[in-house]
Design a protein around this ligand. Structure first.
Ligand code: MEV
Length: 433
């Protein structure tokens, strides 16, 4: 562990949420998480060039800005991280930072990835002779691999990646017949790899058709990347037995009941999607892959699990998280570039391991809250300021109104915008008497 870096992170993240906007930027600069230029860019409201938007999409009419924050206290595989998160939902960042601190001080987060390759699919919908098709493809697969690597994926090969394998599957058509599906496995190194794997599959279409005399219907990558799965593991020591047992029960609920699994996984994605957005990654692809993986047994299940061995609470995350740190939006978007610098990631796999860890920590935070005080209290505490603002409180009234709302929350476990407006009206009436 780089103790000096960890000590610095502990020092600069202590009391971080109570700081003003300028103080936060100062601390991040001192920590080395952002540069002086980044600080200026953030302080200036992150003004973006419209011409850049034109490079990304069509029919541009402007930018949509999301709030951007940092989750603090994360130590993953013994390395301290500042986690950029672009997200609109109250309490996600607070819960992640608070839970990460708990784990940092009482346990650890470790990660690993199993597999390297992403998958491209080539469909032959009406294969006339599946057995013959499969035999030819498998006999000639080394030739196909070499051709694809020489003619399409040569850049990847130079970087240690490229096409590594080809397999064939029979998929039921639903009419008693089978279609043939070729899987092309490709190591995309630090790219997410969508473009290159699609190019490889489209390139292979012609030689496959020529050699097999079958007709290829379509070629596209698969987002169900079960050939490259990211794992994160959280250990919490010194946990109260009752709390650990409740978290294990909550985990069982999400494993066994798809209705609960969907919400559990949404909570995990609360930790993952904001990092994907901040780093310019394709969150739709990751979402699709994670949900498909969650349903791989035939029933939709939780992508996290928690167990208790009498001393330690142990949490596990397991799902595909195929990301990129080069190319596309990641390379061009100034916020994405800043986020990657802030994370200090060396490669796409490190980013993927960070996302898995934050997802698992977010899940732990949610389960801890749900099995103790419930979700409303913490969420609403953070929301009270917004309610006061929404009710139209002036700066001089806001603090008193917030205190009154906290009191109501404590007593009734409930507060609403109309209550905030009502209390403010009362306050003003009393003031005028
Ligand atoms: C809310 O955004 C996320 C939770 O519903 C997740 C969960 O239930 O585990 C709190």
């Amino acid at each position: 562990m780089d103790k000096q870096k960890l000590d610095l992170a502990k020092k600069y993240f202590s009391g971080f949420s109570k700081l003003s906007f300028d103080e936060r930027l100062d601390r991040l600069t001192k920590l080395g998480a952002i540069s002086i230029e980044d600080k200026k860019f953030l302080a200036g409201g992150c003004k973006m060039d419209l011409l850049l938007a034109e490079k990304f999409i069509e029919n541009v009419i402007g930018y949509f800005q999301l709030p951007m924050g940092v989750a603090t206290n994360f130590v993953i595989d013994k390395k301290a991280y500042t986690i950029p998160m672009a997200v609109e939902e109250t309490s996600i960042i607070a819960a992640a930072s608070k839970t990460a601190k708990w784990v940092r001080d009482n346990g650890k987060i470790t990660t690993h990835i199993v597999g390297k390759e992403i998958i491209g699919q080539i469909q032959v919908a009406k294969v006339s002779d599946y057995a013959k098709f499969k035999k030819i493809i498998l006999e000639e697969k080394n030739k196909f691999i070499d051709m694809a690597n020489e003619n399409v994926a040569h850049g990847l090969v130079r970087r240690g990646g490229g096409v590594t394998d080809i397999t064939v599957r029979a998929v039921e058509r639903g009419d008693g017949e089978f279609m043939a599906v070729v899987h092309v496995f490709l190591d995309a190194c630090d790219a997410m790899g969508a473009n290159i794997v699609n190019q490889v599959c489209e390139y292979l279409k012609e030689p496959i058709e020529e050699l097999t005399r079958e007709t290829v219907t379509m070629c596209i990558l698969s987002n169900l990347v079960d050939s490259k799965v990211t794992h994160a593991r959280v250990e919490v020591n010194n946990i109260e037995k009752k709390l650990a047992e409740k978290i294990v029960e909550a985990s069982l609920f999400a494993q066994q009941d798809p209705y609960r699994a969907a919400t559990n996984n949404k909570g995990v994605l609360n930790g993952i999607d904001p990092i994907l957005i901040a780093t310019g990654n394709d969150w739709r692809a990751v979402e699709a892959g994670i949900h498909a993986y969650a349903a791989r047994s035939g029933q939709y299940r939780s992508i996290t699990s928690w167990s208790f061995d009498g001393n330690k609470l142990i949490g596990k995350f397991e799902a595909p998280l195929v990301l990129g740190v080069v190319g596309g939006v990641t390379r061009l978007h100034p916020m994405a570039q800043m986020s990657l610098r802030m994370l200090g990631v060396q490669n796409a796999e490190e980013l993927s391991r960070i996302c898995a860890s934050v997802g698992l920590i977010q899940n732990l935070g949610a389960l801890k809250a749900l099995t103790t005080e419930g979700i409303i209290e913490g969420h609403m505490k953070l929301h009270i300021k917004n309610l006061a603002l929404g009710a139209g409180a002036k700066e001089s009234e806001s603090l008193i109104l917030q205190k009154r709302l906290e009191q109501v929350l404590k007593e009734t476990k409930r507060i609403s915008p109309s209550q905030a407006a009502e209390i403010l009206k009362e306050m003003r009436l009393k003031e005028s008497l």
